[in-house]
Design a protein. Structure first.
Length: 367
């Protein structure tokens, strides 16, 4: 009886401590990522051979990833070498998409291998993975050091719409293919099969052609430096591809390598939609921008907002004084500027009233 009583007393305390440790790990990872971000201004005078020169410079850094399924099927994707330096592990790692190695993570795969540009292939293992950012980190222990030719990651927040970008990967198994395009848009949000309904925010949209098998390959700037990881396309589209920004990699890679996961995704607990002129007419408000609340999930952080509870048809128009024009900006702000446990000020428009309320953010539940 005494043991049971002690367990009932200490179990909530243990869970609370685990949550605090998880949040602390996320904060350490975020600080580590900020230290790695390099700001730079680029002036390039391009000649007619600059693309060929970049390809020669980076082609040996891009790898083919093969996942053999227990069912006998095969999944192929791309990845690239990055030189990681940390506390419990230092050395080259392979960065790719989570969805490329998803079957390995859920133990539905027979084998995982990485093949380098020279044709040499080696067994690999997943060191860390985050489905919420569609990122995974692999290690290849048996490959000799000369196989690893790391690429440099730089600050993706310096990108501008119209900047030229280059994608290198293995579309349809065609190893080492290069395509080019521009940054078509910034700050997009996309939803993928493995994210449990949550969006991946702050994504780069590019016109560089991306096809199945490109996933996990690098998106490069005109210096051959990594600004993103190619990840998805819009079905039946022409020239609408997406890439996870390098800042997301830099923010998460410390946690992925050291802890195997990343727990810094803030959770508000609402569903909604972008405001439009037509919705403003429906609600009788003069705000045609912002994010309209459709549902506040039970027992979510948003359901515990104070002093004003958040309600359906409230319109989120600012967080911590920063204007929120749509769902993309809301998701990007929460991902870039907050961590679980932070208390944020939310400005909402409710009819003719403008209210400020406060929410302590939680952590996203497992997808």
């Amino acid at each position: 009886s005494g043991g049971i009583i002690s367990y009932l007393i200490t179990y909530p305390q243990i869970n609370e401590l685990k949550s605090e440790v998880s949040n602390l790990n996320a904060r350490v990872s975020k600080l580590y990522g900020y230290q790695k971000i390099i700001n730079q201004n680029i002036t390039i005078y391009q000649n007619e051979t600059w693309l060929a020169e970049i390809y020669e410079k980076v082609k040996d850094s891009v790898v083919l990833i093969r996942v053999t399924l227990k069912s006998g099927g095969l999944v192929q994707g791309s990845g690239f070498v990055y030189n990681y330096s940390g506390y419990n592990y230092s050395g080259p790692v392979i960065i790719t998409n989570y969805h490329v190695v998803h079957d390995v993570v859920i133990e539905n795969a027979e084998s995982l291998s990485v093949t380098f540009a020279d044709g040499n292939g080696y067994a690999a293992e997943v060191r860390g993975a985050d489905p919420y950012a569609d990122l995974a980190v692999l290690i290849v222990e048996d490959a000799p050091p000369q196989e690893f030719k790391p690429l440099r990651l730089v600050n993706s927040s310096t990108l501008r719409v119209g900047d030229p970008v280059i994608a290198i990967g293995n579309p349809f198994g065609l190893v080492g293919s290069m395509t080019t395009g521009i940054v078509s848009a910034l700050g997009r949000s996309i939803s993928e099969e493995y994210t449990g309904g949550f969006v991946i925010p702050n994504v780069i949209q590019t016109s560089a052609p991306i096809n199945p098998g490109n996933s996990g390959g690098p998106l490069l700037n005109c210096l051959g430096e990594v600004v993103g990881v190619t990840t998805a396309i819009v079905a039946d589209s022409q020239g609408v591809g997406f890439a996870i920004p390098s800042n997301t990699i830099l923010r998460e890679i410390h946690a992925l390598v050291e802890n195997g996961t990343y727990t810094g995704h803030s959770y508000l607990g609402v569903t909604g939609m972008d405001m439009t002129y037509e919705q403003a007419q429906e609600l009788g408000v003069n705000i045609t921008w912002g994010w309209r609340i459709v549902e506040v999930l039970p027992d979510s952080p948003a359901s515990k907002a104070k002093p004003y509870q958040i309600q359906p048809n409230d319109i989120i128009i600012a967080i911590n004084g920063t204007k929120i024009k749509n769902g993309d900006e809301l998701a990007s702000y929460l991902e870039e500027k907050t961590l679980p446990g932070d208390i944020i000020e939310i400005t909402i428009q409710r009819g003719s009233e403008r209210l400020k309320t406060y929410v302590e953010l939680g952590s996203r539940p497992p997808p």
